[in-house]
Design a protein around this ligand. Structure first.
Ligand SMILES: NC(=O)c1ccc[n+]([C@@H]2O[C@H](COP(=O)([O-])OP(=O)(O)OC[C@H]3O[C@@H](n4cnc5c(N)ncnc54)[C@H](OP(=O)(O)O)[C@@H]3O)[C@@H](O)[C@H]2O)c1
Length: 254
């Protein structure tokens, strides 16, 4: 059984935001299984480095495709091209995202809109296409990196949190639609991870390494889970955070 589950994730992988540290950690584990990849990222130089790394780790073949994923009108042609290159997908991983500048977004709608465009709208566009693709195939996995930040609005990062909260709810609905077609929709909720996105933050014991997150993502795909908190203790933390009464929560400096 374990071998059969592993085989399900050892085949054709579409990675969107493939230069992300969390994506790279996940893709390396899939490369060790001999997977083939279609990688999308906006920085062609970084993307080429990821491609070379995956090839040295055992990837069967890797195609790199440079694209700014904010450009939603280009998504259908890009995804159709990826299908023709790989001959179809078994797993699609979405990992692109921006933290954005919360204090700037509080003053300037354009800043808030840019965060929502990258983290929410571009993912909605990609998942809309992928859900229809996989539903017709009656198989496959869509794995999307959301965040614990989407579980509750905090004053310190509610624009990013709203982009991820919207994404989480969107994925809930898509799952409820296509689960019956045999398609897994996995919502990945990392806590703090030491990546370029958080390089400016002071590290503490709650920070995890991307390798840890990658292992949890692979395990969750293999087990066909719906939602994964990673590391898992974040499930408990967020249960407690969601349980704090609103009248108290609004006075906290979180
Ligand atoms: N780090 C954390 O603590 C944490 C916690 C929870 C969730 N997450 C989520 O995890 C995911 C991966 O982030 P990470 O931590 O691995 O940070 P990261 O290494 O900074 O990755 C973010 C990636 O998104 C890409 N990206 C941003 N805008 C894009 C666009 N318009 N088109 C294409 N690619 C774009 C970046 O490309 P460039 O390399 O070209 O900049 C980068 O590869 C994100 O969705 C993030 O929100 C992170």
């Amino acid at each position: 059984m374990a071998d059969r589950q592993e085989a399900a994730t050892a085949q054709r992988i579409l990675a969107l935001g493939a230069t992300s540290a969390i994506a790279q950690a996940t893709l390396r584990l899939l490369a060790e299984r001999g997977a083939v990849f279609f990688l999308v990222g906006r920085n062609a130089v970084k993307l080429a480095a990821v491609r070379d790394d995956l090839l040295t780790r055992g990837a069967g073949a890797v195609t790199a495709f440079a694209a700014d994923l904010d450009e939603t009108s280009a998504h259908p042609a890009m995804l159709a091209h990826a299908v023709s290159v790989l001959g179809g997908f078994d797993v699609a991983l979405l990992a692109h995202g921006v933290l954005g500048d919360q204090s700037e977004a509080e003053k300037d709608y354009a800043t808030a809109e840019a965060i929502l465009q990258t983290n929410f709208l571009s993912a909605v566009s990609l998942v809309t296409w992928l859900a229809n693709y996989f539903e017709a195939e009656r198989r496959g996995s869509i794995a999307v990196v959301s965040s614990v930040a989407g579980d509750r609005g905090r004053k310190s990062n509610y624009v990013y949190g709203a982009s991820k909260g919207g994404l989480t709810i969107f994925l809930d609905g898509v799952r409820n639609r296509i689960d019956r077609a045999g398609v897994q929709v996995l919502t990945i909720k990392p806590g703090f991870v030491a990546t370029p996105m958080t390089a400016h933050l002071k590290k503490n014991a709650l920070f995890a390494e991307p390798g840890r997150i990658g292992r949890d993502i692979i395990r969750a795909i293999d087990r066909r889970k719906d939602v994964v908190y990673t590391p898992p203790f974040w499930g408990l933390i967020m249960l407690m955070v969601r349980g704090i009464p609103r009248r108290i929560f609004k006075r906290l400096n979180l």
